[in-house]
Write a protein that binds this ligand. Structure first.
Ligand code: FE2
Length: 430
């Protein structure tokens, strides 16, 4: 073996596992592996997971916070306005530089696959060109999937559909949309139909910003599920945000949830952004705005948590930490049962990997040797501590390392350091 990682705890709770790696792939996974490695790493019983995956991001806007001005109201619509002011000033070099810088952060956080929406409403397609260049440059260490996103509306923005077709022809991977931003409900539904038909014709995946509003009557997810089924796109379509579902009438939701499940449409919630952008027109009580995550999961729908924004016109926080995303999702969805907390970890790893269609993802023989050793004993503890990424491996090579999150104490009669960990058996969900 080229590398053996000894004494790992896996996300499913199995402990004392040795992981043998040959070249870029996992070759063996068992307790007490006899084979020796040219290099050996002792995981010391820590959690070893496949890498984090972000199913929903905006890399063309990342790290642009304050350019050209700060979003004062903090609303989604002012964010779109600020982004509109910034667009004419964007340069390809600055965009590439900011994106590469963010990818450095991502790798350090064990985040090795990102689906990013890229705004195609600028006729120059400058952001598309920049992110295609970034995708090429980061490919050895990070899988970047691009979504052609008509931010200003497919039908509302002149030329948007033409730009979207050009972006796909240039190599953008996924068809995006924003039906709730079109001029009318009917135009929103029309945009969903047109985009799904285009994706079916081209054999592409679909991921739409869908119903990112507090308006319970915003029901484009219904059309998205219908078109997915009509066109045979099951398993290739995701509805991002779906925040209107938070405010929907329970009777309608009880009809909608099985329709989504039946259509094979996945849901992507963005807890950090939903909790900050939704409910802005409420006084008190204020709605949380995140979609119905436990109910979608119970209906059998794949649900991932995305980061959406880091330091951009919509959000002045974030550092590429998908455990922070899972932590917020867990709280906002009140997913506090042990199994539910574990599902929040899957929502930033395994589930988004399936939604993106990542090949060779996982922790089994034959999978890519892409692994993260966390300063935690279980998935739940990883979320609780937003655990340090002790080591990040890509294709069998170490690409990032960080120390454990310990602190020293100077207290008479007390231990001389703390690590915030508890016994592993208390935090395994199964
Ligand atoms: Fe988004």
């Amino acid at each position: 073996m080229d590398l053996v990682i000894r004494n790992a705890t896996l996300p499913d709770g199995k402990s004392g596992i040795d992981i043998g790696i040959e070249g870029a792939r996992i070759a063996a996974l068992q307790p007490g592996l006899q084979a020796r490695g040219a290099r050996e790493i002792d995981a010391e019983g820590d959690l070893v997971s496949p890498p984090f995956v972000d199913a929903h991001f905006h890399m063309d806007a990342v790290l642009s916070y304050g350019l050209p001005r700060v979003n004062r109201s903090g609303t989604l619509l002012e964010g779109i306005a600020v982004w509109g002011e910034l667009k004419p000033q964007l340069s390809q070099e600055a965009l590439v530089e900011r994106a590469l810088r963010y990818c450095d952060w991502a790798v350090a956080r064990g985040l090795l696959a990102i689906r990013t929406h890229v705004d195609i409403c600028d006729d120059r397609l400058l952001a598309v060109e920049a992110l295609l260049e970034v995708r090429r440059r980061v490919a050895p260490y990070l899988d970047l999937q691009l979504v052609a996103f008509p931010q200003d509306g497919l039908l509302r923005s002149p030329g948007a559909f033409g730009n979207l077709r050009r972006a796909i022809a240039m190599g953008v991977d996924v068809v995006g949309g924003i039906p709730h931003f079109e001029r009318t409900m009917a135009q929103g539904a029309e945009s969903v139909r047109l985009l799904c038909e285009f994706a079916a014709e081209k054999g592409l995946r679909v991921d739409m910003h869908c119903d990112e509003t507090d308006d319970p009557m915003s029901r484009h997810i219904e059309t998205l599920a219908f078109e997915t089924q009509r066109l045979g796109l099951q398993g290739r379509v995701a509805g991002s945000h779906l925040t209107s579902m938070h405010s929907m009438d329970n009777y309608y939701a009880s009809k909608l949830l099985p329709l989504i499940a039946e259509s094979g449409v996945a849901a992507i919630a963005n807890p950090l952004i939903n909790i900050t952008l939704q409910g802005r027109h409420d006084s008190y009580p204020k709605r949380r705005g995140m979609t119905r995550v436990p109910e979608l999961l119970a209906a059998g729908v794949d649900v991932a948590f995305g980061h959406d924004c880091v330091l951009d016109p919509w959000y002045g926080m974030g550092s590429g930490d998908m455990l922070e995303v899972a932590h917020m999702g867990l709280h906002v969805a009140q997913m506090t049962g042990l199994d539910a907390m574990h599902q929040c970890f899957l929502a930033v790893t395994q589930t988004p990997a399936r939604i993106l269609g990542l090949d060779g993802y996982g922790i089994e023989p034959g999978c890519h040797a892409d692994l993260v050793i966390l300063d935690a004993g279980s998935t739940v503890e990883a979320i609780r501590l937003r655990a340090a990424r002790r080591m990040v491996l890509r294709r069998g090579q170490v690409v990032a390392q960080a120390p454990r999150s310990n602190a020293s104490l100077q207290l008479p009669g007390r231990p001389d350091n703390v690590n915030f960990r508890i016994a592993p058996q208390a935090t395994h969900s199964r």
